[in-house]
Write a protein that binds this ligand. Structure first.
Ligand SMILES: CCC1=C(C)/C(=C/C2=NC(=C\c3[nH]c(/C=C4\NC(=O)[C@H](C)[C@H]4CC)c(C)c3CCC(=O)O)/C(CCC(=O)O)=C2C)NC1=O
Length: 164
């Protein structure tokens, strides 16, 4: 799985050189932020059902047309898949917090995501709305420390930008 460590090592290896000072600084920066990331991963993990459910509710509230006959939120199966998709994203964000890189989102959530949604005729705006709801909801120090919230929000921003 891609993380800052594997990325740095792979780049140095591909260039046939030892990791440079700046390579090592980027690894060190990531290690320094790791306790904030792990805190965010833990707090998110403890609340993932509620966070995912509220984000999902918010996106359907913003796009009620999805409930119309023939639309992507018109049957129980579609509703369950939609809620599942949002939870998938929250889980991928949690994995990213643990590995300290965007690898899990890139590999599972973003690469191929657009093609899947296009093929199924799913709009991406509701996903963006759900993730934006989560982005605006987190509050420090109520939910987690300010440093942890920064790490969590950065990954939400990353997912939002890649789906926008
Ligand atoms: C780990 C990463 C991962 C993601 C992100 C993922 C998404 C994903 N969502 C899917 C379906 C789906 N996703 C939705 C979702 C929605 N309905 C709505 O009204 C909204 C627009 C939206 C919720 C925000 C629906 C309705 C389907 C089924 C569409 C169909 O069968 O035509 C499918 C097709 C396979 C299936 O039906 O299960 C994939 C691959 N799968 C993964 O493995």
């Amino acid at each position: 799985m891609k993380s800052v460590v594997t990325t740095v090592i792979a780049a140095a290896d591909a260039a046939g050189r030892f990791p440079s000072t700046s390579d090592l600084e980027s690894v060190q920066g990531s290690v320094q932020r790791s306790s904030a990331r792990l805190e965010a991963a833990e707090k998110l993990g403890n609340n993932i059902d509620v966070v995912a459910r509220d984000s999902y509710d918010a996106c359907i509230k913003k796009y009620p047309y999805l409930n119309n006959a023939g639309e992507a939120h018109s049957t129980d199966t579609f509703k369950a898949k939609c809620a599942r998709d949002i939870k998938h994203y929250m889980r991928l964000i949690q994995y990213c917090l643990v590995v300290g890189g965007t690898g899990p989102l890139d590999e599972w959530g973003i690469a191929g995501g657009r093609e899947v949604y296009r093929a199924l005729g799913l709009p991406t705006a509701p996903y963006v709305e759900a993730l934006s709801f989560a982005r605006n909801r987190g509050c420090a120090p109520r939910d987690m420390s300010p440093q942890a919230l920064t790490e969590y929000n950065a990954l939400l921003d990353y997912a939002i930008n890649s789906l926008s």
